[in-house]
Design a protein around this ligand. Sequence first.
Ligand SMILES: NC(=O)c1ccc[n+]([C@@H]2O[C@H](COP(=O)([O-])OP(=O)(O)OC[C@H]3O[C@@H](n4cnc5c(N)ncnc54)[C@H](O)[C@@H]3O)[C@@H](O)[C@H]2O)c1
Length: 354
Amino acid sequence: MLRLGVIGCGRIAQKKHTEAIIKNSDIIENVAVCDIVSERAEIFAQKITEINLKKPEIYTDYKTLLKRDDIDAVAIATESGNHYEITIEALQNNKHVLVEKPMALSTFHADEMIKLAKNKNLKLGVCFQNRFNPPIQELRRKIENNAFGKILHGVASIRWNRNKEYYQQAPWRGTWKYDGGTLMNQCTHNIDLLIWNMGSEIEEVYGVIKNFTHPYIEAEDFGGAIIKFKNGSVGIIEGTSNIYPKNLEETLSIFGERGTVVIGGLAVNKIKYWRFEGEDGHPFQNLPDPDTVYGSGHVPLYRNFYETIVKDQEPYINGEEGKKAVEAVLGIYKSSREGKAIKFPVEFSTLEML
Ligand SMILES: NC(=O)c1ccc[n+]([C@@H]2O[C@H](COP(=O)([O-])OP(=O)(O)OC[C@H]3O[C@@H](n4cnc5c(N)ncnc54)[C@H](O)[C@@H]3O)[C@@H](O)[C@H]2O)c1
């Protein structure tokens, strides 16, 4: 059994990390939970006990939790702006780390996290759980079998709605120090999927960000970008939290010489078009939308994290993979600020947007 601590017991932790722990209770024991608001840790712990699992011990100071020698790994689901600090401290205390997306808000921080995990021979996994969505796994098989031939262009569209109430629930959201805007928060999943499936490093990015309808947040509620990949292909990103009156879709489109795939639905969970020679359509065209936009990917993500620890392999989404979408968004921010295309690699932080 992997002995796990959870740090940060807010919205995503209560909705999805509890589910992942419960559904993996044959391999993971949640021995401790921590939130600076003890009631949230208590709610999380209660959920864990609902199927007769032992109640995890509650902490309000993560540093005390990290001192426990009987904890092998921690999952970190605090606000994005302190993922770096808590991850570094967890690694220093010899814990494997599964960190929520985005792993950090600065390329320097992401690099330090990756380096320390390597030096300590510990695993660093990142919660880009949509990579496990069944239609995305189907797409991945086609990419890995080279079924598209040359990939020409890909598009990540995130057309969602986030209202004032959402930002009031947690004042860190939309701040440059703790979050970034819609590209860094809501859109990083699809940006990750786009980069992963285009299969090439980024050469340069040109981006524009705007704040159209959320004057009470610092960062953007709209971002548009064009990415030039080193292999000659082009990526287009369109991300917004302004769609009236509610979430519309999150869609990933990949266009190759010999294949077309469009995966949409509320959160890249439904195949819309699936065209290859001799194939027009796919059984996943009629999948229902999941209960939330977060899907169910945390369950296989946790299982993979466990397996990589016991088999000493790299997590499916390791630190290097987790950094790519962060770097892309930071490149877009930098490009928008400077009004020109930005060459990669990028060295930037959301704090530079202040
Ligand atoms: N993977 C996904 O699909 C997904 C979805 C939503 C959010 N997220 C990410 O998860 C993170 C949390 O988002 P959320 O919406 O759950 O936020 P939230 O504000 O609901 O939860 C964050 C929790 O962390 C706690 N916290 C803050 N500092 C702490 C500390 N030092 N020690 C212990 N607890 C601390 C807060 O009290 C709060 O309960 C963000 O990074 C966000 O980007 C990921």
